[in-house]
Structure formats: C-alpha cells, structure tokens
Design a binder for this molecule. Structure first.
Ligand SMILES: NC(=O)c1ccc[n+]([C@@H]2O[C@H](COP(=O)([O-])OP(=O)(O)OC[C@H]3O[C@@H](n4cnc5c(N)ncnc54)[C@H](OP(=O)(O)O)[C@@H]3O)[C@@H](O)[C@H]2O)c1
Length: 200
C-alpha cells in the first residue's frame, strides 16, 4: 500500500514520512513545486505521478496570525487547494485523510470538543480550514477529516518560542499550561492516524 502525503517539509508530513517503518507501508511525500495548493492545476498530475492508494492532505496555509492580514491567500490554499486535492483523490480512486484543526471552533467550550459540536471559527485561519473541510466533503470522495491541535515535533521550535510574543488570539492561549502538559501530541496523533489508515 502506498500512502502519499501532501507537503514535504511540514511537521506532520515529516513525522509520518519518518514513521513509515511503524506502518509497514510505503510512504511518500509530494509538495512544491510539483504540487502547489495555490496552483490547483498542478495537483492532479502530481498526485497521479505518485500513484497513491491513500492520500493524506497535510499541506496547508498554517500561518495563523498572518492569515488575518491575507485571508484571501489563506482561503485560496486551504479551501480551493484542499478541494482540488480531494477532487484529484476521487479521480484517482484513492480515499483521503484531510487534516483540519480545532480552530474551526470558537474555543468557548470548557470541555473537550466532539465531532458534532457547532463550528464557529474566530479567525481567518479557522474560517479557511472550515471552508477546506466543506470543499473536501463536497468533492464527494471517500474521506476522513481529522481535526487536531498542537502538533509539535520535538525538533521544532518550542511551544514557548511559538507563543512569544503572544499573538492576536491571546485568549486561545489562556490555557497554555494545559497545552504544554498535553505534549508530546505528535505521538498521539501519529498513533491515531495509523489506526485510521488501517480502516481505509
Ligand atoms: N501543527 C499543529 O499544531 C496543527 C494543529 C491543527 C491542525 N494542523 C493541520 O495539520 C496540517 C499540517 O500541519 P503542520 O503543522 O504539519 O504544518 P506546517 O509544519 O506549517 O507545514 C505546512 C505544510 O504545508 C505546505 N504548504 C504550504 N503552502 C503550500 C502550497 N501553496 N502548496 C503546497 N504545499 C504547501 C508546506 O510546504 P513546504 O514543505 O513546501 O514548506 C508544508 O509542507 C495542516 O492542515 C494544519 O492545518 C496542524
């Protein structure tokens, strides 16, 4: 089985690529310039060339604060780009796992979010990711949407570095201590992804 992940240098793409021996399957990444979410016409040829049995869409516009000043670019990549990845996966007969985020919620809930909680993004990034989920669903391919949060590789910039100075969404980081306790999230997420892949 061949798993093709969009995004080359992304944290989640790299973690999955490096963990492929744990999966016992072939994992490959495809990214810019061959596959550019901002250039939808590049997506199907790039995925076709990679011959996926399963696509994991881990590429995205992820600059949360920057998205406030360039919401159109965030939307283009996270909505139109994700929709084009899903359409390409459908054309190739491959199911897709699309990575999304807890930013589709407004953060007001005081307990853990569940799948059918009402969405209410409070940021341009969150709105673009929600639009991406909807575009993936509208492509009518076999898909799973995985909303995750705080995936940080041990080698990546630390959480404290990433939060300092605290960005516009300061309120979201009110529970900084809780988030830090939740690390290392990457192992949990990878385990869950592996379980999902077994069901595909
Ligand atoms: N990390 C988290 O805490 C977290 C939390 C919730 C959800 N997520 C979601 O999980 C997914 C992966 O996150 P991540 O942390 O791995 O992100 P990341 O480290 O910021 O990497 C983003 C990836 O997207 C690629 N990319 C950006 N613009 C692109 C474009 N126009 N065309 C093609 N590729 C493009 C980058 O390409 P290059 O390799 O060329 O740089 C990179 O591989 C995203 O959908 C994100 O929304 C992440």
């Amino acid at each position: 089985m061949r798993i093709v992940i969009t995004g080359r240098q992304g944290q989640i793409a790299r973690a999955l690529f490096e963990a492929d021996s744990a999966l016992g399957v072939e994992v490959t990444t495809v990214g810019r310039p061959e596959l550019d979410l901002a250039e939808p016409e590049t997506i199907e040829p790039a995925l076709r060339a990679a011959s996926p049995d399963i696509v994991i869409n881990a590429a995205a516009y992820t600059a949360v604060d920057q998205a406030e000043s360039e919401p159109e670019i965030a939307a283009k990549i996270n909505k139109a780009g994700a929709g084009a990845v899903a359409a390409a996966a459908k054309a190739l007969g491959a199911p897709i796992i699309h990575l999304s985020t807890d930013y589709v919620f407004d953060g007001a809930k005081t307990s853990a979010y569940v799948e059918d909680d009402p969405v209410a993004p409070a940021s341009a990034y969150g709105a673009s990711k929600l639009a991406g989920e909807q575009a993936v669903a509208a492509a009518n391919c076999d898909h799973l949407i995985l909303r995750t949060s705080w995936f940080t590789l041990p080698t990546a910039r630390t959480l404290c570095e990433r939060c300092s100075p605290l960005p516009k969404h300061e309120k979201r980081y009110g529970s900084l201590q809780i988030s830090m306790v939740a690390l290392p999230m990457h192992r949990i997420l990878l385990r869950q992804l592996f379980e999902l892949l077994r069901t595909c």
